[in-house]
Design a binder for this molecule. Structure first.
Ligand SMILES: [Zn+2]
Length: 241
């Protein structure tokens, strides 16, 4: 919905892992795939040497096999991960009792930026990292059922939500679909101010058990720096413990 955020840019010349141009046909995938191709691929009937001739074998009536999709590539990766990267099942409750709310922006590798490992924190993402009803839903479940006690908000510079006009987006949608959206897009201009807004919303939410440890940051996509945001003052803080 927002090109700067998550549009699947078809960058010419983009190389997939192993140096094969994505979309270069299934053969490229096969030659990249490790010889011990996992059961899922084998089960799908696409493993082995014969796959390169798939199209030819099926005769002239068949189209060229479709280019490798993102889902295919992901499945390949996940298959290798399950063998080579998976460290075993972890407890359901986040070990650092932490929940992160952040934007869906593709330039924020949130685990790497924040130094998190699997099993340590809940990650709740949407366009803008906005505190919507659904984010509150996730957070209250995170706190009440999974024992998290601290919330960290991460917004960022160059966010797609700073580039849209709420009114224009509404008008466009009404024109294109006949309906005006019933939700707000929550566009904003200043990510620092928006982090403060988000902190206020959380502090005032009656559904959260723990509201005394909520902090916010702005991630600079230009530099990789993470800047703390001063917590807004003048709001009653109901410490929960
Ligand atoms: Zn964003």
């Amino acid at each position: 919905m927002m090109p700067p955020e998550g549009a699947p840019g078809r960058r010419p010349g983009r190389l997939s892992r192993g140096g094969h141009r994505r979309g270069g046909g299934r053969q490229g995938l096969r030659s990249f795939a490790p010889s011990r191709t996992g059961h899922r691929l084998a089960a799908a009937g696409s493993g082995g040497e014969a796959s390169g001739g798939e199209g030819a074998e099926r005769g002239a009536g068949w189209h060229t096999p479709p280019a490798m999709s993102e889902a295919d590539e992901i499945r390949e990766h996940a298959d290798r991960y399950s063998r080579d990267g998976f460290a075993g099942m972890l407890p359901l409750r986040p070990s650092r009792s932490l929940a992160i709310v952040t934007c869906m922006d593709s330039r924020m590798p949130i685990f790497a930026i924040l130094g998190l490992r699997p099993g340590e924190a809940h990650i709740i993402r949407n366009a803008g990292g906005v505190v919507t009803d659904d984010v509150v839903r996730s957070l209250l479940l995170s706190q009440r059922l999974m024992g998290t006690r601290e919330i960290v908000l991460v917004h960022h510079t160059d966010c797609g939500l700073t580039k849209i006009s709420e009114d224009r987006m509404r008008s466009e949608l009404e024109r294109d679909t006949g309906m005006r959206p019933w939700f707000a897009f929550e566009s904003f201009q200043d990510p620092y101010a928006d982090v403060k807004q988000s902190i206020l919303r959380l502090r005032r939410s009656p559904f959260l058990v723990h509201r005394d440890r909520i902090s916010g940051f702005v991630y600079e996509v230009e530099s990789g720096l993470l800047h703390p945001v001063d917590a807004p003052a003048g709001i009653d803080l109901q410490a929960s413990d």
